[in-house]
Design a binder for this molecule. Structure first.
Ligand SMILES: *Cc1c(COP(=O)(O)O)cnc(C)c1O
Length: 393
């Protein structure tokens, strides 16, 4: 920001936009951790209880995932050299896909390099100019971008509003109609009304795509997500899941029919035109998935923490319910959220402020992500700090 007369035009643009962000309280910073991901992390010399991660089961720093990756590194090396269709496909990709398909109770699963790439790839592969996409107003940015990239007509329906969606489905017809929604909404932690959406889609001949990013490993009897919890896995056309959140690794997948995943291999440009995931990442994810399948005590510990925190928030007067591992404490303006985050940091807590464009204007917030690895004391520390914050307000 120092050069008053930038020599390259692009620097001038950047500096001007950064000043605007700064003035609006929207300037952000990257902060490198000096420890693995976990319930307690070190950041710039501070030791902080970490409530900003999506590592819901505490697997991201688990040595068993690291060992699986290390073993795969010595077998496969680091790089995959090309996209999967060219020469980047390995037995590690196949083994993970088979395990994911079985876990999700789907005919087939297909890996993507990230949840972002999966959503962009899926929507742009399955919808085009003649089609209509219906998207919940609070869907994740990757679904929004997928809608845009598809060039389909996109109709945004009010958050979780099934009646409004029904009217819109009647009003906007196309060659194909497809509804897409987060299962658990990433910044509020509430759940999509999937049973109603399934019924509505069936009635209107629309397809339903559900993004289980924050529900995999968290919801359902076996941790397979909200569709499993609601008993609609077989009725949802396509489910997207990430490997980088509860499963502790990196990457993503879609679960659906063989026909759809095979078509995606041809048409999803984020898969066709991108180098394959390293085999070591696949092996770490497969290990994380195995732990989710074999150790229900992880999910039980997470849910103890979720209920503990929800009850504490209710006592503080927050309208919190135990729906997922995500809790939003809404503060309104960006600066209020940043100040609250700074205050919590003085109390040893890492709770990042979430501001536009991640959330709508006027709803800047503290977003708490809970983990199975948090102790009851960690949860109490957070509640104590929030109590103090409310007193000071
Ligand atoms: C995090 C997230 C994604 C993106 O997944 P990555 O693997 O991090 O790219 C997609 N959808 C939702 C709802 C998410 O929260």
């Amino acid at each position: 920001m120092s050069a008053a007369h930038p020599e390259r035009v692009i620097d001038g643009w950047a500096e001007e936009e950064l000043r605007t962000l700064q003035a609006r309280g929207l300037r952000r910073e990257l902060e490198p951790l000096s420890t693995p991901q976990g319930p307690v992390v070190q950041l710039g010399g501070e030791t902080l209880i970490n409530f900003s991660s999506n590592d819901y089961l505490g697997l991201a720093g688990d040595p068993r995932l690291g060992q699986a990756a290390t073993a795969a590194l010595s077998r496969h090396g680091v790089g995959t050299g090309a996209s999967r269709l060219v020469v980047g496909d390995t037995l590690a990709h196949r083994a993970l896909e088979a395990k994911l398909a079985a876990f999700m109770g789907a005919e087939s699963a297909l890996l993507f390099n990230a949840g972002y790439a999966a959503n962009v790839g899926v929507l742009s592969a399955l919808a085009g100019k003649e089609d209509v996409l219906f998207s919940d107003a609070l869907n994740h940015a990757s679904l929004i971008d997928g809608c845009r990239l598809s060039r389909a007509k996109t109709v945004v329906y009010p958050h979780r509003d099934v009646d409004a969606l029904e009217r819109l489905l009647r009003a906007h017809r196309g060659r194909r109609q497809m509804v897409c929604t987060d299962a658990v909404f990433s910044m509020d932690g509430d759940r999509a009304p999937l049973r109603e959406l399934v019924a509505l889609c069936r009635q209107h001949g629309a397809a339903l795509v559900v993004d289980e990013a924050h529900a995999i490993g968290v919801l359902g009897d076996r941790g397979a997500g909200l569709c499993e919890a609601l008993g609609v896995s077989g009725e949802v056309d396509l489910r997207v899941g990430t490997l980088g959140k509860a499963l502790g690794a990196f990457g993503a997948f879609v679960a659906g029919s063989r026909a759809v995943t095979e078509l995606l291999v041809h048409r999803a440009r984020s898969l066709v035109f991108s180098t394959a995931l390293p085999a070591a990442v696949c092996e770490a994810a497969r290990t994380g998935l195995g732990l989710v399948e074999d150790d229900p005590s992880l999910r039980a510990a997470l849910w103890r923490n979720i209920r503990h925190f929800a009850e504490g928030l209710q006592k503080l007067g927050h309208p919190a319910t135990a729906q997922s591992a995500i809790f939003a404490v809404i503060l309104g303006e960006p600066r209020a959220a940043v100040e609250a985050s700074r205050f919590l940091r003085t109390r040893g807590l890492l709770v990042k402020a979430i501001r536009p464009p991640t959330v709508p204007e006027g709803t800047s917030r503290l977003r708490f992500g809970l983990s199975a690895a948090h102790t009851p004391e960690h949860i109490e520390r957070a509640l104590d700090a929030l109590r103090e914050l409310a007193r000071n307000a």
